[in-house]
Every structure is written in C-alpha cells, then in structure tokens.
Design a protein around this ligand. Sequence first.
Ligand SMILES: Cc1cc2nc3c(=O)[nH]c(=O)nc-3n(C[C@H](O)[C@H](O)[C@H](O)COP(=O)(O)O)c2cc1C
Length: 191
Amino acid sequence: MNTLEAIRTRRSIRRFKSDPLPEDVLKEILTAATLAPSGKNKQPWRFVVVRADKRPELIAVMRAGLAARKAEGVPLGSSEWTTKVMEQAPVTLLIFNIAEEDPFGRKDFGDVFGNMVDVQSIGAAIQNLLLAAQELGVGSLWICDIFYAYGEVCTWLNERHQLIAAVSLGYADEAPLPRPRKALDEVVRWL
Ligand SMILES: Cc1cc2nc3c(=O)[nH]c(=O)nc-3n(C[C@H](O)[C@H](O)[C@H](O)COP(=O)(O)O)c2cc1C
C-alpha cells in the first residue's frame, strides 16, 4: 500500500474484533509514530500502551471522569460512546507531550508558541501511527474525548505532562464508507 492509498482508505474505526494485536505489529506502528518530524527534533511525544490487562482500569478511570463532569453540569457529548469504543479495543495508546507541563496549573505551562510547535509534532506522530496501522491492516480511532477525564487519567498514571490524545487500535469489525470532506475550494485560498 502506498502512502496516498493509506491516506485515502483510512477510516475512524469504532467497532473492533477482540483479537489481540501482536506486539511486533504494535511496535512497528509505534516506530512509525517516532519517525514523524518534530520541531527542533525534540520528539516531545510519549506513549503509554494500555493492553487487555489494564483496560478495565482505564475504562473505570474514564467513567469516573465522565461521572465527575456530569456532576459538574458539563455536557458529555460523544464521550460515553467513545468510552464504549475504547472498552472494545484491544489496545489504547495514551499520548503525552513531555515538553510542557500539564495546563491545569500544576506547573508553568511554558510559552504558547512552543506548545503549539510540540502539539503539531505530536499530531504528525499520531497521523504517522494511523497510516502505519492502515498499511498493516489495523484499524484506529484518534480520541480527544479522553479530555473529559483529563485529571483522572493523569492521576491514574501519576503523569505530570500534557495529555494530548488517545488512539484505540485493533482489527476492524466494520468497514465504514468515507466520511464527507469539504471541497478544496472551501478550504484553499489560491493567491
Ligand atoms: C483530534 C481528533 C480528535 C478526535 N476525537 C474523537 C473522539 O474523541 N471520539 C471519536 O469517536 N472520534 C474522534 N475523532 C475521529 C473523528 O470523528 C473523525 O476523524 C472524523 O469524523 C472523520 O472521519 P474519518 O476519520 O473516518 O475520516 C477525532 C479525530 C481527531 C483528528
């Protein structure tokens, strides 16, 4: 599969088979993530791999976060559904930015532009990861609903760095049609 084919055929997967992901496949996907470009080659990404044994803990932490947000009156959006997807996925990666401390006041957040650089670098790593997964026949879901349980996840992992995203991985049990995209002339301004 060439790169453009991987880009064109990748879909967000929200139904996974229970088959585990072999460790060598997971390592290849993680290696692809680390080959992404990064500002000043800082490689600010860190990945926490949550597999079957620890999945119940992750889901309990997510649900505790969702319950706390609900009690605070925060609308939960798609987060309950996303948690159900994470519950099915054989692997979920939690992805942190080590270059900045967490933004909720536990330490200085550093300068905004520096953070933008590092977050872009991590976005590139995540996209590499998704495309490598696609080439290897592995389905993926990029998840930011994890933010509903931001503090709970960081406390669970005793992690002081900035939580950026989660990615669930596994063999797809669905084949979604392409989701709509805006036309080029809606998103590109030619000079
Ligand atoms: C930064 C980011 C955060 C996302 N967070 C979630 C999420 O929390 N839950 C979810 O189901 N999908 C999430 N998605 C997946 C998007 O909904 C999906 O990419 C979009 O609808 C387009 O569909 P496609 O990926 O199949 O092309 C996220 C995607 C990105 C890039």
